[in-house]
Design a protein around this ligand. Structure first.
Ligand code: F6R
Length: 575
C-alpha cells in the first residue's frame, strides 16, 4: 500500500522521482504527489488520481520525495494526497503505513498546529519540524520523532535545506546507491534503471542523507551491507505488452523454470527443517494462501503432517504453533502485514517461500527459498503464484526422488504452459466474450481442484468485478445450488483424482440449467466451454494459466485496467 520514492543527487529530482513513481503505481493509485527542496523553499505538486497528477513542471531542485497513495486514513482528496508539509514549510513527508496514535499526537504535542488534511501522516512533518528546531542535529531530531510514533511506517522526508531523512518500522524501505545519487524507495524497481546496489533498512533503522548517507539505530550509527540486486530494469518494463499482467502471464514458461532451479543446499536444509518439525503450517494471504494450501496437500501426499491456514486466521491460534513446529510462509512481496504480524506471535521456526529479495519476510525468516519470478508489477498475482507452486511441489517431491529428477518434471511442465495457452486460445477468447455480461459465476473443485477453483475465482472477480464464488465441489449442493438458474456459469475442475465425484457435482449444477465450463484432460458432453489441460504430474501449474488469461481479457473487454484493479494494492501492508 502506497509507494515511496526519494532522490538526492546530481540530477533533476522531480524527473527521477516521477519515473520512479510510475514503477510503483502498482502499490496504490488513489492520488500522487512530489515535493522537491532547495532554491530556497519546498515545492509541492499533487493531485487525485494516478502519478500523472504529480506534474514535475516547476519543481526544481536536486533532492525530493514522491508518493503514490492507496488510501487508509482520510478520503481520496487533494488535501489528503502526499507529500504533507510542516506548518513552517521546513519539511515535506511521504509515508506508507499507519500512525496509530496520530489523534493523541494531534491533541497533545501538536495542539497548536492547524492541520490541512485528515491523514494520520500529517503529524510526521509537524513533529520533525518541531524537533529539528529543538535539537542540535538531524539525527537527534529523527530519534525524538520516531520515539513518539506508534504504528507501522516507512517514511521519507526532505528538508528545505535539501537534506533528507528516512525511517521504517513494519513497512519496507530500501536505499539505492548510485554514482553521485541516492534513492529511497518502497522496493528496488524505481531505481533499477540507475543502480543495482541496494541497502535494505531494518525495522527501527533511520537514514540521514546529505553529502552521502548514514544509517542509525537507536541514535547510534550502524553499518548495513550494500547488496547487488540481480533483477534488471528490463524485467520491470512492459516490453511491448499492453499491460504488465499480460507480460507476466506470458513469462511463466521461463519463471516456472527459474523457480525449479533451487539450490541443492537450500533444498536440503528445507527438507531437514520439515523432517525435524512436529507439525508443519503453511500460510499466506490471498493467492499466496492458495499456493500454501496446495503445498500442504503436496506434503501430506508424502506423509508429512502439514496444515494450511490463512495468516490472519492462524494468528488467532498462534499459541498452538509451538517451537517444535515449522511455519512455511508463502508471499510474493514478503511485506504482507497479516502474515508478518502472525509470524511475530508464533514460537516456531519460519521458512519463507518468497519472491522479493531483501523483503521483511525474507530477512526475518530462519530459512528462505526464493521463487525467483522477478518483479511482479501487475497487482493480481500470476507468475509468482505458479512459481510458488513450482517451489512447493519441488519441496514435496524431494521426499520421494532426487532434486534433479523432481526438477526435470517441473521443467517439463513449464514446457507445456505455451501448449496449454495455444490449445485454449480461442476458447478463452469466446469465454471472455461470454463472461462480459454475466453477473454471477461459481467455481467448484475437489481436493487440489478446490485451490484451483479458489484462485481462478479470485483472479476473475478482482479483475472483472463480476461476482464470483468458489466452493469445494462436495459443498456446493449443501445450499448454494439454490442460486443456480438457467444459464448460470459454473466452472468445474475435473481432475483425475476424485473425477467421479467432481463430475457428479458438475452434473448436479448442469441439471439445474448451469452453463458448464469444464477444466481437465477431456471434455464432457455437458460442457458449454472446455479448457483442455495436457496430461501432466504438476497440472495445477497448467490449470491456472487459462484462467489468468480469462480474467485479463475480461477485464480489458470491460474497459478496466487489469494492472490496477480497483480498491487493491500490490503489497497489503496494513492489517
Ligand atoms: C491476488 C493477489 C493477492 C496477494 C495477497 C498476498 O491476485 O495478488 O491476493 O496474493 O495480497 O500478497 P503477497 O503474496 O505479497 O503476500
Amino acid at each position: 500500500m502506497c509507494g515511496i520514492v526519494g532522490y538526492h543527487g546530481d540530477g533533476e529530482a522531480a524527473e527521477k522521482i516521477y519515473r520512479g513513481l510510475k514503477k510503483l503505481e502498482y502499490r496504490g493509485y488513489d492520488s500522487a504527489g512530489i515535493a522537491t527542496a532547495g532554491n530556497p523553499t519546498i515545492k509541492v505538486s499533487k493531485g487525485v488520481g494516478t502519478v500523472e497528477e504529480a506534474s514535475e513542471t516547476g519543481l526544481d531542485g536536486s533532492s525530493g520525495i514522491g508518493h503514490t497513495r492507496w488510501a487508509t486514513h482520510g478520503g481520496v482528496t487533494q488535501d489528503n494526497a502526499h507529500p504533507h508539509v510542516s506548518h513552517g514549510e521546513k519539511v515535506a513527508v511521504v509515508h506508507n503505513g499507519i500512525i496509530e496514535n496520530y489523534r493523541d499526537l494531534k491533541e497533545d504535542t501538536l495542539s497548536h498546529v492547524e492541520f490541512k488534511s485528515d491523514t494520520d501522516t500529517e503529524v510526521i512533518p509537524h513533529l520533525l519540524e518541531k524537533h529539528l528546531s529543538e535539537e542540535d542535529t538531524i539525527r537527534e531530531a529523527v530519534t525524538e520523532t520516531v520515539d513518539m510514533l506508534e504504528g507501522s511506517y516507512a517514511v521519507s522526508a526532505v528538508l528545505d535545506t535539501g537534506e533528507m531523512v528516512a525511517f521504517r518500522k513494519g513497512s519496507p524501505l530500501v536505499l539505492g546507491v548510485g554514482e553521485d545519487e541516492l534513492f529511497v524507495a518502497s522496493d528496488v524497481t524505481p531505481f533499477l534503471e540507475h543502480t543495482d546496489t541496494a541497502v535494505f533498512l531494518q525495522d527501527g533503522d533511520f537514514l540521514v542523507i546529505d553529502d552521502g548517507y548514514k544509517v542509525y539505530r537507536d541514535g547510534e550509527k550502524v553499518n548495513r551491507p550494500e547488496k547487488k540486486i540481480d533483477w534488471d530494469a528490463e524485467q520491470a518494463s512492459k516490453e511491448g505488452h499492453d499491460h504488465f499482467m499480460e507480460k507476466e502471464i506470458k513469462e511463466q514458461p521461463k519463471t516456472v523454470k527459474k523457480a525449479a532451479y533451487q539450490d541443492k543446499t537450500d533444498m536440503q536444509e528445507a527438507k531437514k527443517m520439515i523432517e525435524n518439525a512436529e507439525d508443519v503450517y503453511l500460510t499466506g494471504c490471498g493467492t499466496a494462501s492458495f499456493a500454501a494450501s496446495l503445498g500442504a496437500k503436496y506434503l501430506r501426499e508424502q506423509g508429512i503432517q502439514a496444515k494450511a491456514e490463512q495468516s490472519h486466521e492462524l494468528e488467532y491460534r498462534s499459541q498452538e504453533v509451538t517451537e517444535d513446529d515449522l511455519v512455511i510462509a508463502v508471499s510474493q512481496s514478503g511485506e504482507t502485514a497479516d502474515l508478518l504480524s502472525m509470524l511475530e506471535e508464533v514460537q516456531a521456526d519460519v521458512m519463507a517461500v518468497v519472491n522479493v529479495v531483501g523483503s521483511t519476510l525474507a530477512r526475518n525468516s530462519d530459512h528462505r527459498l526464493y521463487v525467483n519470478a522477478g518483479p511482479e508489477i501487475g497487482v493480481a498475482s500470476t507468475k509468482a503464484f505458479t512459481a510458488q507452486i513450482a517451489v512447493l511441489r519441488l519441496l514435496s517431491k524431494v521426499f520421494e526422488k532426487s532434486l534433479e529428477d523432481a526438477r526435470k518434471e517441473i521443467l517439463e511442465t513449464a514446457e507445456r504452459i505455451n501448449e496449454t495457452i495455444e490449445k485454449n486460445r480461442e476458447t478463452i477468447e469466446d469465454m471472455s466474450r461470454y463472461m462480459e455480461d454475466r453477473e454471477h459465476v461459481y467455481f467448484i473443485g475437489r481436493n487440489k481442484g478446490y485451490e484451483m477453483a479458489r484462485e481462478a475465482n479470485l483472479k476473475l472477480k478482482e479483475l472483472s468485478y463480476i461476482h464470483a464464488e468458489a466452493f469445494p465441489g462436495g459443498e456446493f449442493k449443501h445450499g448454494t445450488l439454490a442460486l443456480v438458474e438457467e444459464g448460470t456459469p459454473v466452472v468445474s475442475f475435473l481432475k483425475d483424482r476424485g473425477f467421479e465425484h467432481a463430475y457428479s457435482n458438475m452434473k448436479e449444477a448442469h441439471s439445474r440449467g448451469a452453463d458448464i465450463i469444464s477444466v481437465g484432460k477431456k471434455s464432457v458432453e455437458e460442457s458449454r466451454f472446455h479448457i483442455d489441460i495436457p496430461d501432466d504430474p504438476n497440472s495445477e501449474i497448467l490449470e491456472i494459466v487459462p484462467f489468468q488469461m480469462l480474467a485479463y481479457k475480461t477485464s480489458v473487454r470491460k474497459g478496466h485496467n487489469p494492472d490496477k484493479p480497483r480498491n487493491l494494492a500490490k503489497s497489503v501492508t496494513v492489517k
